[in-house]
Structures are given as structure tokens and as C-alpha cells.
Ligand binder design. Structure first.
Ligand code: CIR
Length: 259
């Protein structure tokens, strides 16, 4: 089996000053946030990942959300130019770490992309147009990926931070979705599993091989998934959720380049 690496980044004490777009600021218990993050890493290890944890930095508020800074493919990694200016300080640390694993291509001004807007299913790459990701960023991604046979398509997103707040992968043909936040016809080639209407933020799930890692906050949607036969492990990420983060945001999972 391929060796999976999961790059994570420690929770910075500055997380209390994180970016917030759709949430009101609530106090974040840093000790609790770190304990939840450590448990998240332990679950990734149990699911078969080797963890490479980067330091969070004492003054980089959103550094734990490493997903937004890169998109890692077998052939290369795209280093983003995050849409929030405060998050651009996260780029050098992630870039240095990934340069040991992949050739890098960086998104340049005026392009912006947050990795949370990029949904990869096989050779199809769907990119949400949001407050964080613009057309120039999407075009640069298309140019970088075309030689490797990936098709990049932009997608609409409303009322949430990122495309992957609204839709993520369950398996090669099935997506977990909150239809209120995307245009479902844009994903008509997939089977769609709806979140429970009481759990609008429940469409974010991490696929690790044939297994899934999910936030404990969405028991109704969890039941739908287990009824369908999915193997789901849950983690409590309630403190991290106060920073508008979800489970995909806290890792970059990819095959070791030697495989
Ligand atoms: C932000 O607003 O950028 C962070 N507070 C949360 C980022 C969450 N990342 C993600 O959904 N991929």
C-alpha cells in the first residue's frame, strides 16, 4: 500500500486573532484546541498516515489550516497565494516543507487561491470562486495542471467560506454536500449525499484511502454515512471550528513521492 504523508501545522497561540468571515468571534481555549488537534493527528495515524507536523509560529493566527496553502498532486504541489492578506505569512513554512516532496508551482499576483476551495476527484479539479479564490488564480492552476492531464473547472459557492465547506469527497463517485451552498447541477455526474438539514456545516469530511475522518458535531449526517456502509472515525474539533476551520483544513494528505 502507498505510504501516505499528512503534513499538519501546530496550533499557534495567535489563533485567537484568526480570520473570521461567517462566524462571530468566540473565545478559543488554546490548550483544548491543541489537545483536539493532537487527537486529530492520532486518528490520521490510525488511518495509515505518517504525520509531518510543522511549527505553527507564535504570530501566524491561521497557520493550523495548512490545507489552504497548497494543493498536492502526485506530480507537483501548487503553492497558493491565500485570499486573506494575513494568511500569506503562512506560505514560506509550507513551501519549504513541500519542496522536499514535490516540484512546486506558485500562484502569482494578481491570482489568489485558498486550498479549501479546491476539490480534487481523480483528474477532475473543481475550484470554488469565492472571496478567497479569483479567476486569475484558477487560470494559473489550469495552466500548471494541464500538462499533467488534470481538467480544472470553476464552481459557484454561496453563503460559506470555501467550496469544501459545502462539498467534499466520500469515494470516487460520491460527494457529501450541502446543496444550499453550491449549485448541485454543477456536480450532476456524481452521486450526492446530503447533510442533515440541521447540520449545514457537516459537508466537510476527510477521505483517507477507503476510510473517512469526520467532526463529531454532526451525528445525524454521520448516521446517514454509516447506514451507507462508510467507515467513519469522528474527532471533536469544536475549538478549531470556532476559528472557522473544519477537518479537511488541518492537513495536506498525499502519497510519499517514493511510491
Ligand atoms: C480563515 O478564515 O482563513 C481561517 N480562520 C479558517 C480557514 C479554514 N480553512 C478551510 O476551510 N480550508
Amino acid at each position: 500500500m502507498a505510504t501516505l504523508l499528512a503534513v499538519t501545522r501546530a496550533v499557534s497561540p495567535a489563533i485567537v486573532n484568526c480570520q473570521l468571515t461567517h462566524l462571530a468571534r468566540e473565545p478559543i481555549d488554546i490548550v483544548q484546541a491543541r489537545a483536539q488537534h493532537a487527537e486529530y493527528e492520532r486518528v490520521l495515524e490510525r488511518l495509515g498516515c505518517s504525520i509531518e507536523r510543522l511549527p505553527g509560529g507564535i504570530d501566524i493566527p491561521d497557520s493550523v489550516f495548512v490545507e489552504d496553502i497548497a494543493i498536492v498532486f502526485d506530480e507537483l504541489a501548487i503553492i497558493t497565494r491565500p485570499g486573506a492578506v494575513s494568511r500569506r505569512a503562512e506560505v514560506p513554512g509550507v513551501s519549504a516543507a513541500l519542496s522536499r516532496h514535490r516540484p512546486l508551482v506558485s500562484i502569482a499576483e494578481p491570482g489568489t487561491i485558498d486550498g479549501g476551495d479546491v476539490l480534487v476527484v481523480g483528474r477532475s479539479v473543481f475550484v470554488g470562486r469565492t472571496g478567497r479564490t479569483n479567476d486569475s488564480g484558477i487560470e494559473q492552476m489550469r495552466t500548471a495542471l494541464a500538462p499533467h492531464g488534470y481538467a480544472v473547472a470553476s464552481r459557484s459557492v454561496r453563503s460559506c467560506l470555501h467550496l469544501k465547506s459545502a462539498i467534499t469527497v466520500l469515494d470516487d463517485s460520491t460527494l457529501l454536500v450541502n446543496r444550499r451552498w453550491i449549485v448541485d447541477e454543477e456536480f450532476s455526474s456524481f452521486d450526492l449525499v446530503d447533510v442533515d438539514s440541521a447540520e449545514p456545516a457537516g459537508a466537510n469530511i476527510v477521505r483517507v484511502g477507503d476510510r473517512l475522518l469526520y467532526a463529531a458535531a454532526f451525528p445525524r449526517t454521520l448516521e446517514r454515512l454509516t447506514d451507507r456502509g462508510y467507515d467513519v472515525t469522528t474527532v471533536d474539533v469544536s475549538e478549531i471550528a470556532k476559528a472557522e476551520g473544519a477537518v479537511t483544513c488541518c492537513s495536506l494528505i498525499f502519497r510519499a513521492s517514493s511510491d
